[in-house]
Design a protein around this ligand. Structure first.
Ligand code: AP5
Ligand code: MG
Ligand code: ZN
Length: 219
């Protein structure tokens, strides 16, 4: 299956994409993670993206479209993928359709994770990530079983994103409402848009995603 997880910053896209990877053998394609890797490596592309990301603004379409076009060609994407954080503009959605059509691939479902803005700041400000394996955590909603030790890899170093602060969250939400929300009707018109309640707890959201994907697969 090829799936898009769509939702505002902090909706839980990354959290649920990792679970879909584990359970369905799909690969997570997160443009945010790919861009952060470019920033970390100090590449030209990373240098172009850095300031925009730190300000909570979208990076230019052609830059992320190029990244995804390369990544989607890799053999591991043949078994199915979960797009997390892409597309984020109508231009990106159109570019995705064109690149999939060229490869005789398609989309099976676009899952919208509905969350109200008030909850998002709390989720984002409390987030931290294992430096070793990338597992995501939250100070209140998803603490490691043993404080300071990653459940998955036993690592003891954690990182926080530079854009995870209250001011930047405001810009990120604004970018979502102005530039990303317009792609919802784009997918609704194609009969691909499915909704889940992103306000529910993490396990319940997983159950709802499973349920809507079963329905989509049943056709
Ligand atoms: P990106 O990395 O995609 O960030 P984002 O969209 O802002 O989303 P987040 O990663 O913050 O949230 P998430 O939905 O993954 O939530 P998570 O599962 O971590 O993009 C970053 C930047 O890169 C952009 O601002 C832009 O500059 C650039 N960029 C990326 N893609 C781009 C594109 N296509 N075009 C242009 N620019 C692009 O969950 C959040 C927290 O909440 C976690 O701590 C988690 O444990 C917790 N949590 C998750 N689910 C629940 C739940 N159900 N209940 C309680 N807590 C929960
Ligand atoms: Mg994410
Ligand atoms: Zn870890």
């Amino acid at each position: 299956m090829n799936i898009i997880l769509l939702g505002p910053p902090g909706a839980g896209k990354g959290t649920q994409a990792k679970r879909l990877e584990d359970r369905r053998g799909l690969v997570q394609l997160s443009t945010g993670d790919m861009l952060r890797a470019e920033v970390k490596s100090g590449s030209d592309l990373g240098e172009r993206a850095r300031g925009l990301m730190e300000a909570g603004q979208l990076v230019p379409d052609e830059l992320v479209i190029g990244i995804i076009a390369n990544r989607i060609d890799a053999p591991d994407c043949k078994n199915g993928f979960i797009l997390d954080g892409f597309p984020r503009t109508v231009a990106q959605a159109e570019a995705l359709d064109a690149m999939l059509a060229q490869k005789a691939m398609g989309l099976d479902a676009v899952v919208e994770m509905k969350v109200n803005d008030a909850a998002l700041t709390e989720r984002i400000v409390g987030r931290f990530t294992c430096a070793g394996c990338g597992e995501g955590y939250h100070e209140t909603f998803k603490r490691p079983v043993k404080d300071g030790v990653c459940d998955k890899c036993g690592g003891t170093e954690f990182t926080r994103r530079k854009d995870d602060n209250e001011e930047t969250v405001k810009s990120r939400l604004q970018a979502y409402h102005e530039q990303t929300a317009p792609i919802l009707p784009y997918y609704a018109d194609r009969g691909l848009l499915l909704e889940v309640d992103g306000m529910a707890d993490i396990d319940e959201v997983t159950r709802q995603i499973d349920a809507v994907l079963e329905d989509a697969a049943a056709g």
